[in-house]
Design a binder for this molecule. Structure first.
Ligand code: SIN
Length: 308
């Protein structure tokens, strides 16, 4: 099977990569991704200043899922300006994820990161874990203004990391905005924001920040992720590639994301739990399925979902 995929003119050695979540903050973590079978090196969303993130416990698994409120711990964008040229030596695409707390911050970070030429830039419009900063992508007007301004300073292919939407009218509206803003790809979905998990033994929440509210990930969110991939794929008709994120634990999960319309996938919770070797396992499992289906490449499966 041909494992390579192309997104926004960039060739990826495989369609499976890490998500801008955990294990992608420090130079050591990013180099470990570089040395793995991950199809790209995706950085943690970087902010203007370095951040320790939210108080712990801030990431906990529970049956079939995870909840996190990491709070964007990262080294600050200047450290990634220095790191990205080194990461490019791994000869696989580098995706720089950026997050600001104001339009001016987004623009400063985007301008500086664009200058060191990551292969793609992912604009995080969907972190649910910062108190006082709602998820930008739920405010359609602000999201459009921001993406338009970032597009004006970014020459590299750029994409938006989106939260889940739950109504076709919202998929319609956001798809129209993304087309107008000249976005080259989307990554969908971020964690399902502001879930609440209770420990039955202690009658307490299981993470500390925000009174226990946090982003849900892992197997339980797969149907929501697939629905969002499919909803945007139907609206983009191949013109804007989609990176599917959410609920991927097996090669079958990846295959379903491809069927729904994703060209590639990102791995969050399973990468946190298994480490870099997860990419080898997932690639083997996906290859077995793709070959069993008689396809020559993962790309051939993209968007082939059947409807009744
Ligand atoms: C976090 O750092 O809080 C998670 C990242 C995100 O949701 O974008």
């Amino acid at each position: 099977m041909n494992p390579t995929v192309e997104i926004a003119g960039i060739t990826f050695p495989t369609c499976i990569m890490n998500a801008a979540g955990a294990r992608c903050v420090t130079a050591e973590e990013l180099e470990a991704i570089g040395n793995s079978r991950s199809g790209a090196i995706v950085t943690k969303s970087m902010t203007l200043n370095a951040r320790d993130g939210n108080p712990t416990p801030r990431y906990v698994t529970f049956p079939h899922g995870s909840i996190n409120s990491m709070g964007l711990p990262n080294l600050g964008y200047q450290a990634y300006v220095d790191l990205i040229p080194r990461l490019k030596e791994f000869k696989k695409p580098v995706i720089a994820s950026i997050a600001g707390f104001s339009p001016a911050e987004f623009l400063d970070i985007a301008t500086a990161i664009d200058a060191v030429k990551p292969d793609l830039m992912e604009i995080n419009l969907s972190c649910p874990n910062i108190e006082g900063h709602p998820q930008i992508a739920y405010d359609f007007e602000t999201a459009e203004q921001l993406l338009t301004r970032i597009r004006n300073v970014v020459n590299r292919p750029m994409g938006a990391k989106l939260p889940p939407y739950f109504d076709p009218a919202h998929h319609d509206h956001m798809a129209t905005i993304l087309k107008r803003c000249g976005v080259n790809f989307i990554s969908v979905i971020n964690s399902i924001g502001n879930g609440l998990v209770i420990n039955p033994e202690t009658d307490a929440v299981i993470i500390k920040p925000k009174g226990g509210f946090g982003g849900l990930g892992g197997a339980i969110i797969k149907p929501v992720a697939l629905a969002n991939v499919r909803a945007f794929a139907l609206r983009f008709q191949g013109h804007i590639p989609i990176i599917g994120v959410g609920g991927i634990e097996t090669g079958q999960d990846i295959y379903e994301h491809l069927l729904a319309g994703a060209s590639a996938v990102q791995i969050g919770t399973a990468f946190v739990e298994e480490g870099p070797q997860v990419f080898v396992r997932l690639e083997q499992e996906l290859t077995t399925i793709v070959e069993r289906k008689g396809l020559r490449s993962a790309t051939e499966a993209v968007g082939r979902l059947k409807e009744f």
